[in-house]
Design a protein around this ligand. Sequence first.
Ligand SMILES: *Cc1c(COP(=O)(O)O)cnc(C)c1O
Length: 804
Amino acid sequence: MAKPLTDHDKRKQISVRGLAGVENVADLKTNFNRHLHFTLVKDRNVATKRDYYFALANTVRDHLVGRWIRTQQHYYEKDPKRVYYISLEFYMGRTLQNTMVNLALENACDEATYQLGLDMEELQDIEEDAGLGNGGLGRLAACFLDSMATLGLAAYGYGIRYEFGIFNQKIVNGWQVEEADDWLRYGNPWEKARPEYMRPVHFYGRVEHTDEGVKWVDTQVVLALPYDTPVPGYRNNIVNTMRLWSAKAPCDFNLKDFNVGGYIQAVLDRNLAENISRVLYPNDNFFEGKELRLKQEYFVVAATLQDIIRRFKASKFGSTEFVRMDLSTLPEKVAIQLNDTHPALAIPEMMRILVDVEKLLWDQAWDIVVHTCAYTNHTVLPEALERWPVDLFHNLLPRHLEIIYEINRRHLERIGKLYPGDMDRLRRMSLIEEGNVKKINMAHLCIVGSHAVNGVARIHSEIIKDTIFKDFYEVDPDKFQNKTNGITPRRWLVMCNPGLAEVIAERIGEDYIVDMDQLKKLLKFVNDDAFIADVAKVKQENKLKFAAHLEEHYKVKINPDSMFDVHVKRIHEYKRQLLNCLHIITFYNRIRKEPQKKWTPRTIMIGGKAAPGYHTAKMIIRLITAIGDIVNNDPIVGDRLKVIFLENYRVTLAEKIIPASDLSEQISTAGTEASGTGNMKFMLNGALTIGPKYLYRLKQAMDQISGGFFSPNQADLFKDLVSMLMHHDRFKVFADYEDYIKCQDKVSALYKNPKEWTKKVIHNIAGSGKFSSDRTISQYAREIWDMEPSLEKIAAPDDPRSFN
Ligand SMILES: *Cc1c(COP(=O)(O)O)cnc(C)c1O
C-alpha cells in the first residue's frame, strides 16, 4: 500500500507554485541558516518558531533586493510617466507567501524548510497581517499595487505607516471586544526605513500677505519619516515601492521655551507630534470629523507631494535643458490618483506649492493641478461623505482654507455665468456648505480639482451622475468615468487556493494568471465529468481544511458535508447582516416544525468587525452570537444548521474561508454598495452568490428576537434593533425578506444536486475574468493616467542575490 500523501507532498505536486530545483533548494537552505545565525543571532537549539519565520522572510526578501534596485534604476534611465496612488489605507495582509508566489519560489522554499524539518505553513502563520485598512477600499489599494507592478507601470503607493492597524476583534460572552493591533512588536522584515529622505510637514500658524507673495509662518513642524516596502510584480522582475510615512518630532520639538523643568516635559510631549501616525481610524463608510484624522490626511499629502516634486525635478526629463525648467510639464510625467476624498488636500497643497513657493500664476498652477489629479468616489452614503468644519481648517491649515475659498470663488463664478440667477444651483455646487457650522465638501473639492472622476462599478458610476454629483455632471460630463473594481488573481486564487489554480492550469495553461479573460476557455469543460469532479474535489479539500482550522483554533466542530453559507465583510446596517439573521431564524423554525424532513444542511458563518463607536453594528454581532447559542445547542436541529460567528475577519481569514465557501452572501440594500470586491473573491474561488436580484414567517422571527427567545437572561436586549427594523428600516430589510427566503430555498434545492451546482460554479469562474484588478488598472492607465500597461519582463539580476 502506498503511504498517504502529506500536506507537503500535496503542495509539491502543484506546478503553479514554481520549480523546486536542487540548486535553488540548497541555496535557500544555506541562506536560511545564514540569516538564522547572522540576522537572528540564534542557533537551532534556542531558535523559536518566530525566529524561523524571520529567517525565512529574510531569505525570501534577499531575492527582492536586486530586482527592486534594478527596477528603480530602470525607471530613472527610461523616465516613464509615474503614477502615485495616494490612500489613507493599504490593507496588505501578509507578505511572505505573496512574495514567494510572485517570485516563483514557493515550492523551493517549501522543500527547503521541509528538509530543515520545518513546516512552512506553520511558519507563514506567524506573520502578522499589515492591517492598515478597514475593508474594501483599503484592500482595493493593495490589489492595485500588485496589478500596477505586474503590468509594468512606474507606480508608487503612498500612505501612512500606522503603528496600530485595524483593531483585533475578540468575542467575549457574545460581544465584540477590541484589542490594539501591535503589528510591529516583533519588527517588520518587509520595510526599509529611509531617514535620509525625511521631510517636514507644517501645521497651525498664520498667513502673511506681503509684496513678495504669501507666507505661511509660525507653524509647528512634524517630520515625515518614510518606510519603503517592495511590491513585486508577477514573475516579471519588476519591484515597485509602497512608501508609508511615519510621524517624528523634530529634535527641537517644544524646546524653544526653556523654562525650568521644560526639558523633560518637552521630551515627553514629542508623543503629541508622533501621535499623527499612531492609529488607523476604524470606520468603514463613516465620516468622523476628528482633528487628528484631518492631521493624518494633510500629513500624507504634504509629505508625498514633496517627494513627487523632488523626483520630477531630479528626473532626466524634469532637469533637461531642452525642456523649460518650470512645472508646466508635470502632468505629462505625473499622475496622482486620490483614493476617495481622504487625500483631497493634495489639491490645495499642490496649489500652495506652485503659487506660494514656486511663484507660478494661479491659472497656470490650476491647470497643472487639474491635469495631474484624478478622484475615485467610493460611496454615496451621506454619513460617509467628508465634510470638514471650516473652523478646524482655519486653525490647523489657514493657508489651505484661503486657497479653497479662492478655488470656490472661481468655480462659482464659472457656474454663475453658465446659469445666471440660479442661486440654488450655486448653493448646491459650492465647496462650502453654509449652515449652523460651515463645512467644506471634500467631494466637491475633488471634482473641481480633477480631470477625471470615477465610480467603482457600472451602476455606481451611473448613480453618482444621477444623484450626488448630478450638477457637476451637467457642466462637465466628460470628466465622469467608470472603473469597475477588481481583485488580484495572484493573492485571491494562486496564493489562497493553489488546488483550484492548478486544476485550471491543467486545462488551459498558466497564462490566465496574468490574463484572466482566458478563464472563458473553461466553458469548454462545463460538461467534462473529470473537470467537474476535480473542481468539486478541490472545494471539498478546502472545506475539510477550514473545518480542521476551526476545530484546532476555536474548538468548534462543523459538518464538512453541509453547505458553507458565508457572509463576511464589515458589519454595517446597509450590508444587512440582519436580513441573514432573519433567514437563519426562519430556517431554524422550519426545521423544528418538520424535523423529519430532508433539509439541506447548512453551516452559516458570519464574520466582520463593527466600528467601535457603532452601537447598532455591535448589537448585530450580539444577535448573531445569541442566535448561535440557541441554534447550535438544539438537539432537534443537530448538525443540519450551525451558526458560527467568525472572529477577527481580516485579509488572512478571508484567504482561508473564501476558498472553502459554497455560498456567498451579497445582500446589501440595492444601490448602497458601491462595488463590493468580496463578491469577486468568492466567484473566482468557486462559490455561488446570493444577491438582491432574485411576509407570517417574518412576524414569528421578529417576535422571537423581541420576546427574548435568543436572550433568555435579558428579554429586552434587542428591543432597539427591533424598533429600528419596525419603524425606521432605512435599508429595507423587511421589503426584501420574502424574496430572500424564496431564493434561499432554491439554493438549498440546487445544493442537493452536486453536479448541477458545480456546473454553475464553473460557469461562474469562467466569467470572473472581468473582475481581475489587472483589467481595472489597465483601464485607469489608458483612460485616466495616459500610460500604457505591459506584460513585458525586465532583465533579472544574473544572481538574484548579487549586489550589482
Ligand atoms: C475583500 C475584503 C473586504 C471587502 O469585502 P466586501 O464584501 O466587498 O465588503 C473587506 N475585508 C477584507 C478583509 C477583505 O479581504
